[in-house]
Design a protein around this ligand. Sequence first.
Ligand SMILES: [Zn+2]
Length: 176
Amino acid sequence: MNIDIKVLDQLLDTATESFSNDEIPVSAAILNSKTNELIAFAGNNRQKECNVLGHAEINCILQAEKYIKDWRLDGFYMIVTMEPCDMCSMIIKESRLDKVYYFLPKKSLSTIDISLNKEQLSTYEEYKEKFNKLLTAFFDKMRWKPLFLWYNNPWEVFVWVIRFYIENIDQIHLIV
Ligand SMILES: [Zn+2]
């Protein structure tokens, strides 16, 4: 499986942009199975659009269908940075895409059995590592986000401490 370096870089750029926008850093591309022409490209926008369907794979499919003016995507394949979730797998199957190539295995277990023509890419280790680093950094960022928000707003921390003191003055006096 040969992927144009431009497509790989674009996948990386889109995933990095998603990371900066607090979206899960996953990106997807759809290409012509015969000519390898890139026809659609997308990242996640679930948070921004407040849309449960805003996964990279679904955004990419919608773009591709609009581009070729057909909801059937046979004759095209998808490259995605992470193995599609159950929701996306169903949509991919319905869209008739020929095949899905992915870099990283998904973290959640499948709850439904979808026989999807998919294959994990065993090459492009350098990119695989970068996609993985972005995902790990994203989940770390989400875990520590409240702390970062505090750190970035010392005034808010001060107000919170004062409010906490006033609201709990009785208990504090009992302890001190
Ligand atoms: Zn998904």
